[in-house]
Design a protein around this ligand. Structure first.
Ligand SMILES: C[S@@+](CC[C@H](N)C(=O)[O-])C[C@H]1O[C@@H](n2cnc3c(N)ncnc32)[C@H](O)[C@@H]1O
Length: 471
């Protein structure tokens, strides 16, 4: 029997889907983060659950030939990256294998996985940042939460984020010191400053300080410090959030300095970045991904595209510009407003209809209406991590859509949903089960991972499906 604090040795057999090493110890499966396959390690048992055990590496006895020195000083402490210690080419492979394993294990589908598509750089790629600010009993600290905790690990830089990160942290640290400002405490709700968020578009930043009150202390000096330290065009907002909640922003945003929003452009479509807008975190990979969605959607002047989970509508507009029309469906009202404005700004209002609501509720009717009109339909699905509700899958299966493009940030729910679309899986009212001999309703044309989140365990995947004719 294993117990907490046992110190053991073992050889890592593989990496799990969270990037952690897997070690077999008798009947137990042990998960140990920050180690690599084939490494012999010494580890300490932290927690024993039913058949699985969580451990912490104490010593790498035999390092893997794929191990590299992680360049970040808080790797293993901050919880943001899981794979910095693995050579980058191998990281790409690990993610390809993870996607393949999910298809095989979850849906029983043996599928070829294309090469993982990379961005301009595996470091300094992120264009947005969210830094909690807290009081640790002695001083105010700015950083990231340690994994699975609300303890802030102080940082001076983040190597996967753009190079303005260190300058921004240094500016806020100076401001906090000069005015003796206290970071927020989750424990009793005390403190003044809760979060610093920032996002960048083409070298301009939108910074937001989340405060517990409306009064911005030392406003002019803060703007002076940011101007000196950043050397970039920037906008400053404050947001007021005094509620004991994990939600970052409160309702109220106040513009303090700079332009309210900035304009970008992708494949001829103009879009705006405001303080509330959603942005993909890796612009160079995002451009390749959106380009591939459009290239694979069989777009022409007689195709209607249904863009489910459409967010702020950039992809909807890209699709609409090459199709007869596009229909966006999105749950968040503010995102739908932004999407409508984006359609208007690009002269595409006559080709785009954005619906606000839950895909599982409104998509079946939207699809039924399109079917009545006998139009050729392409469906694009880009759901959150939990994947599509079964009502959405059912609606797509009944849609007669020639093409289905599925963009996913979670290979497990992707495999489940693609299994349901092809017919390899079925939902029998209670649970999802494998189907032995099935004639596919949709065929998988391609499965391509996109390394949107280099150095982390996460991967974005694009699946292109074609309807099998005559069914
Ligand atoms: C992964 S994002 C994709 C956004 C967009 N396609 C893009 O590329 O920017 C998923 C989106 O689905 C929205 N969403 C979540 N659940 C939803 C639901 N049940 N029905 C409609 N939209 C939903 C979220 O608000 C979010 O904007």
């Amino acid at each position: 029997m294993l117990k907490k604090n046992d110190i053991l040795k073992g050889v890592v057999s593989a990496l799990g889907s969270n990037g952690e090493g897997i070690i077999k110890h008798g009947d137990y499966t042990v998960f140990v983060p920050y180690v690599l396959p084939e490494e012999e390690i010494e580890y300490k048992v932290l927690k024993v659950a039913k058949n699985c055990v969580y451990g912490k590496v104490l010593n790498v006895i035999t390092p893997s030939k794929d191990r590299v020195d992680a360049p970040c000083s808080v790797f293993c402490k901050c919880g943001g990256c899981q794979l910095q210690h693995l050579e980058y080419e191998k990281q790409l492979k690990v993610k390809e294998e993870n996607v393949k394993r999910c298809f095989s294990k979850i849906a029983g589908i043996d599928v070829e996985i294309n090469k993982n598509v990379t961005g301009e750089s595996p470091f300094r790629y992120r264009n947005k940042l969210q830094l909690p600010v807290s009081f640790n009993g002695k001083e105010t600290v700015i950083g990231f939460y340690a994994e699975n905790s609300h303890r802030v690990v102080p940082i001076c830089d983040c190597l996967i984020n753009s190079s303005w990160t260190a300058k921004l942290i240094s500016a806020i640290t100076l401001y906090v010191k000069e005015f003796n400002l206290k970071g927020y405490s989750d424990f009793d709700g005390s403190g003044y400053i809760r979060e610093v968020t920032a996002k960048e578009l083409n070298g301009s930043l939108i910074i937001c300080l989340v405060l517990t009150t409306k009064k911005l202390v030392g406003k002019d000096r803060l703007i002076e410090i940011l101007t000196e330290k950043l050397g970039l065009e920037f906008t400053l907002y404050i947001n007021v959030n005094s509620k004991p909640t994990n939600v970052v922003y409160g309702e109220e945003f106040l513009l303090v300095h700079g332009k309210p929003e900035y304009t970008g452009e992708m494949f001829g479509i103009k879009y705006k970045m405001g303080v509330r807008s959603f942005m993909q975190v890796n612009p160079s990979v995002c451009k390749k991904l959106y380009g591939a969605v459009c290239d694979n959607a069989s777009l022409s002047e007689d195709v209607t595209v249904i863009d489910a989970y459409s967010g702020a509508g950039l992809m909807t507009a890209l699709l609409a510009s090459k199709a007869k029309k596009a229909i966006g469906i999105e749950i968040i009202p503010e995102a739908v407003e932004i999407a409508n404005q984006l359609a208007l700004d690009n002269g595409l209002s006559n080709k785009i209809t954005n619906y606000q609501g839950k895909c599982e509720v409104i998509m079946p009717d939207i699809i039924a209406k399109e079917r009545q009109q006998n139009t050729n339909v392409t469906v694009v699905l880009d759901p959150p991590r939990k994947g599509c509700d079964y009502a959405v899958i059912k609606a797509v299966k009944g849609s007669l859509a020639d093409k289905v493009i599925y963009v996913s940030c979670n290979p497990s729910t992707l495999a489940r949903d693609v299994g349901l679309l092809t017919g390899a899986l079925k939902y029998d009212g209670n649970e999802i089960v494998r189907v032995k001999d099935y004639t596919p309703l949709y065929e998988i044309d391609s499965v391509t991972p996109y390394d949107m989140f280099a150095q982390t365990k996460h991967v974005e995947t694009l699946v292109v499906l074609s309807r099998v004719l005559n069914r």
